[in-house]
Design a protein around this ligand. Structure first.
Ligand SMILES: NC(=O)c1ccc[n+]([C@@H]2O[C@H](COP(=O)([O-])OP(=O)(O)OC[C@H]3O[C@@H](n4cnc5c(N)ncnc54)[C@H](OP(=O)(O)O)[C@@H]3O)[C@@H](O)[C@H]2O)c1
Length: 371
C-alpha cells in the first residue's frame, strides 16, 4: 500500500482546524501526525482521541498532557513529525511566522491564514518557494479562483471575489452606529472565528482578501473586483479576454476547499448534492457602508507597511469592539488613522515586518485608549 501523507494541523481547535480534522478523519490517504493550538487543552485532547498517534502542542499553556508547550513548540512539533502537508489554520499575524516554519518542514501549505500573505507579501511567497514548498489556498474565494485559473488555458483579464456583506448587509448606513457585537457575530452564510466574522461585516476581511489575491495570483489591484453575493453560492469568478466569465459555484462549506487543498491535483471526495436553484445576485458593494474595502486598495498601492498596519490595527480594534469598548464604526476610524501615519514601502525580512506589526498595534492601542 502507498504511504499515507503525513499532515500537521496548526490551529487545530479553531473553526478551520476542526473542519480539517473532520475531512482528514474520513480519508485514509492521510495520517494526522500533529495537532497544535494556543491554549484549548480540552478540545485538543478530545481531538487526540480521533488521531491517537498525533503529537500535540500548546503555545500558550503549560500541561503535562501534551508533547510540547511554549513558543518553541511549533518548530519542535514540525521537526518531530516531519509532515508532508501543513494545514495553517491559526488566526492572526502569528500565522506568518508559523507558515514560514511550516514551509521549511513540509512540501505543501494548505493555507487558510490570510494574514501570512497580507503581511508577508512578496517576501513570504519567495521564502516559501525557496524552501521548495507550495501553497494551495484554503480561503474559499481564493481556492475558487485557484481552481478556475488552473482549468483555464486562455488569458484571464480580471478576477472577482464575492462577499456576503456580513450580518449588517441589510441595515441602513445611518443605523450602523448602534450595531452590537451580538448582531455582527451572527453571520448569514459562514460559521467562523470571531475576528473574521466581524471583519465580514466591516469588509476588512474582503480588503485582506483583495491583498491576498494580488499576491497569490499576480493581478494588479484594478483587476481584482469585489461583488456582494448574498446567497453564498458563487465564490469566485474569472473574466476572460473575450468578455466571457466563468464562475465557481459550491455549497458554502469550508470542508470543500480544505479537501481540495489537501488532495490537489486529485479530486477523490464525494460531497452531498447541492441545490443550485434560486436567486444568484451579484451587487456592487456600497462604498459608504463598506469604506474598509477602498482603504484596502489604497494600502495595497501604498506598499508593504500599509498592508501590515491595516491588518494589525483591525485586529486590535476588533478586540475592543468585541469587548464593548468602541462602536462598530470606530473599527474603520481607528484603522484609517493608523494607516495614515505612513509606513515603509518595501520590506524584505521577517524582523522588519514584525516591527511594523508591533508599532501599528501600539499606535492603535494608544488611539483606542484616548477614544
Ligand atoms: N473560519 C473560516 O471559515 C475561515 C475561512 C477562510 C479563512 N479563514 C482564516 O483562517 C484562519 C483561522 O480562522 P478561524 O475562523 O478558524 O479562527 P478561530 O476559530 O479563531 O481559530 C483559531 C485557531 O488558531 C489557534 N491559535 C491562535 N493563536 C495561536 C497561537 N499564537 N499559537 C497557536 N495557535 C494559535 C487557536 O487556538 P486556541 O483554540 O487554543 O485559541 C485556534 O485553534 C484565519 O486567518 C482566518 O482569516 C477562516
Amino acid at each position: 500500500m502507498k504511504d499515507k501523507k503525513r499532515v500537521v494541523i496548526l490551529g487545530s481547535t479553531g473553526t478551520i482546524g476542526k473542519m480539517a480534522a473532520d475531512v482528514l478523519s474520513k480519508n485514509d490517504e492521510f495520517e494526522v501526525v500533529g495537532l497544535l493550538a494556543r491554549k484549548s487543552l480540552k478540545t485538543l485532547l478530545e481531538m487526540k482521541s480521533t488521531f491517537p498517534h498525533a503529537m500535540t502542542a500548546l503555545t500558550e499553556e503549560l500541561s503535562d498532557d501534551v508533547d510540547f508547550t511554549g513558543s518553541e513548540s511549533v518548530e519542535a512539533l514540525l521537526e518531530s513529525t516531519k509532515p508532508d502537508i501543513v494545514v495553517v489554520g491559526v488566526s492572526g499575524f502569528i500565522g506568518l511566522k508559523y507558515s514560514l516554519l511550516s514551509a521549511q518542514h513540509s512540501k505543501r501549505l494548505c493555507l487558510a491564514n490570510k494574514e501570512s500573505i497580507v503581511t508577508g507579501g512578496r517576501f513570504f511567497l519567495n521564502a516559501v518557494k525557496s524552501y521548495g514548498c507550495e501553497i494551495i489556498p484554503v480561503d474559499s474565494e481564493h481556492n475558487a479562483i485557484f481552481q478556475l485559473i488552473d482549468s483555464e488555458r486562455s488569458k484571464i483579464e480580471s478576477i472577482y471575489l464575492t462577499a456576503s456583506g456580513g450580518a449588517i448587509r441589510d441595515i441602513p448606513v445611518e443605523a450602523l452606529e448602534k450595531v452590537t457585537p451580538e448582531k455582527v457575530l451572527k453571520h448569514p452564510v459562514w460559521n467562523m472565528g470571531s475576528r473574521i466574522t466581524v471583519d465580514s461585516s466591516t469588509m476588512f476581511n474582503k480588503g485582506l482578501e483583495v491583498m491576498e489575491a494580488h499576491f497569490l495570483f499576480g493581478f494588479p489591484p484594478e483587476k481584482i473586483n469585489v461583488l456582494v453575493h448574498p446567497e453564498g453560492k458563487i465564490h469566485g469568478i474569472i473574466e476572460l479576454e473575450d468578455g466571457t466569465f466563468k464562475a465557481f459555484i459550491s455549497k458554502a462549506d469550508m470542508r470543500i476547499p480544505i479537501e481540495y487543498a489537501l488532495l490537489y491535483p486529485k479530486r477523490s471526495y464525494k460531497n452531498e448534492k447541492f441545490d443550485l436553484s434560486g436567486n444568484l445576485q451579484l451587487l456592487r458593494p456600497d462604498p459608504l457602508k463598506y469604506p474598509a474595502l477602498e482603504l484596502a486598495y489604497e494600502c495595497l498601492k501604498a506598499g508593504d507597511g500599509s498592508r501590515i498596519a491595516y491588518n494589525a490595527a483591525d485586529e486590535v480594534a476588533v478586540e475592543y469592539f468585541l469587548r464593548g469598548k468602541i462602536g462598530f464604526l470606530q473599527i474603520y476610524d481607528i484603522v484609517k488613522k493608523v494607516v495614515e501615519k505612513g509606513w515603509e514601502k518595501d520590506l524584505n525580512d521577517y524582523e522588519s515586518i514584525e516591527s511594523i506589526d508591533r508599532e501599528s498595534r501600539i499606535l492603535a492601542t494608544e488611539l483606542l485608549s484616548k477614544w
